[in-house]
Ligand binder design. Structure first.
Ligand code: MN
Length: 321
């Protein structure tokens, strides 16, 4: 999905300065953002005071929306740079097209993983016909400096590993959890997992002491380390944990996001992750002039225009509020 915010704000993030080295329980409220005419998303990252969790730098939760009589998701061709996008669904489908020629329909609990590298463009839409409900999350992972100019590619993984415990089923989206490893390509030590909890389940997940973590609630009523986390909210957990207690008051769906704190300072604007104002401005110009980001074939409609750059020069300057 694209950041369709017309007042796209600069976000400076990364660096160790803002990482909490011990376990904490910091509840993050979503910011409601309108995407197009019919879709409203709840943005958890970047958030006021919390910009990244490991390499995870962007988290939108959307739905469940009844789109039986609606076009559903309609995100025209738009560019990305310096990041990976993760498409994750609990209900519905998303048809993905990109400038490397990919054409894929993503279904619930399949991984659509797009590595933009130096430049890619893609579109995302609800296919016709589509399921009645659309519910999912759109996430971005920042690429480290050594890999951010890699060749663009798209991966569609339909058979991800699943870890089970009484009352818990965990699908490993990226990285590894309890010895099970996702086939998705990663560039920094990171983990993403989808957690399905049965009503009444009391369990715990093994964590890596060196990672920072957060849990996004997708559905149901669950307590994460004793804190009730409502759907559309995210609990930041800090570092220094070896396990995470979970309890489900009803059937519940969560996402565990974590990773080694991202050391590099980055500049994020619109759909780009870079290291300087000049890079971001160049990417915007290249998209506007239809150079570098390739072409998405088959989407019924024109590409998304870039918003205006903010008047102030974008500079990485550590984690700021
Ligand atoms: Mn996108």
């Amino acid at each position: 999905m694209s950041n369709l915010d017309r007042q796209a704000a600069l976000s400076v993030c990364g660096g160790r300065g803002f990482v909490v080295s011990e376990p904490v329980r910091e509840l993050l409220s979503p910011r409601r953002v309108q995407l197009g005419e019919s879709t409203e998303v709840r943005r958890l990252l970047p958030n006021l005071g919390r910009r990244m969790v490991g390499g995870w730098t962007f988290v939108d939760h959307y739905g469940p929306d009844d789109i039986a009589d609606e076009p559903g998701m309609q995100v025209p061709p738009h560019p990305h740079m310096g990041l990976q996008t993760v498409s994750w669904l609990h209900d519905g489908e998303v048809l993905h097209r990109d400038s490397t020629g990919s054409l894929a329909t993503i279904h619930p609990r399949e991984l659509g993983l797009m590595t933009s590298g130096r430049a890619i463009s893609h579109s995302e839409e609800s296919p016709e016909p589509h399921a009645r409900f659309l519910h999912g999350a759109q996430l971005w992972v920042a690429l480290p400096d050594a890999d951010r100019n890699t060749e663009p590619r798209f991966e569609h993984h339909t058979d991800l590993p699943v870890v089970t415990a009484p009352g818990l089923s965990a699908t490993v989206i990226l990285g590894d959890l309890d010895g099970a490893t996702s086939p998705g390509t990663t560039y920094t030590p990171i983990v993403g997992a989808d957690l399905t909890l049965a009503r009444g389940a009391t369990t715990s997940l093994p964590l890596d002491r060196d990672f920072e973590y957060a849990v996004l609630a997708m559905s149901g009523e669950a307590h994460v380390d004793g804190v009730p986390v409502l759907p559309g909210s995210m609990l930041y957990l800090g570092c220094g944990r070896t396990e995470l207690p979970l309890r489900a008051e009803s059937d519940a769906g969560l996402m565990l996001l974590g990773g080694e704190p991202f050391e590099e300072e980055i500049v994020m604007w619109w759909n780009f992750v870079g290291r300087s104002h000049e890079e971001i401005a160049q990417a915007r110009q290249d998209w506007t002039e239809s150079t570098r980001f390739g072409e998405v074939k088959g989407y019924d409609g024109g590409p998304l225009p870039a918003p205006e750059l903010p008047p102030v020069a974008l500079k990485p300057r550590g984690r700021v509020r």
